[in-house]
Design a protein around this ligand. Sequence first.
Ligand SMILES: [Zn+2]
Length: 224
Amino acid sequence: VLLKNIQEAKFQAVLVPIAQRLLSPEAASQVSFDMFFTHILVHELAHGIGPHNIQVDGEKTTVRAQLTGLYLELEEAKADIVGLWGMHQWMDQGHLDASQRDSLDWTFVASGFRTLRFGVKEAHGKGMCIQFNWLMDHGGLRIDSAGQVQKDAPRFREAARLLAKEILELQAHGDRSRAEALVKQYGGLRPELAKLLERLGDVPLDIAPRYVTAEELLLQKRPS
Ligand SMILES: [Zn+2]
């Protein structure tokens, strides 16, 4: 179950201010709730892609067991980046509106900063750190002299495809050394990204939903 009003509150309170702070006005104007919400759904679907049970050197094992200690951040990164790749595929195939490509990418980037702020000690934050560093090192994203995030659309898309492939393959093979190499190279918060996060100090980290109907029901139940 995805609660649309809660996601919309997050989008308005956190994601839009982040976009206005870190993207060009043109890019920030393309950030879209529809793309945000659809990507959350596709993220969850993408968790289902890839095997649980595998064989390594002829022995039955699981991806989780092979990648212990690295599994969660790679699984979250996989869900994000396979989700992004998948939505572009759907646009290629006409299942989603292909005029929304830039909107999807910028929403992904703004949402990525939202996730990065949870910190690299948390699986979603570390997973996003891996994605940002990868996208930057592959020429898909860069930070310009004005401190705004800029995108090279074809390289961004190709970098996303390559990272999706890398994580899906290392999971499928239960390849621990490949996982370690990926996390070692891309899993640390680099100074240029940390500098951007510093500019978000007064943007809320998240929302705190209030379930007013539940509160009312609890009040009614309380003995007078
Ligand atoms: Zn997830």
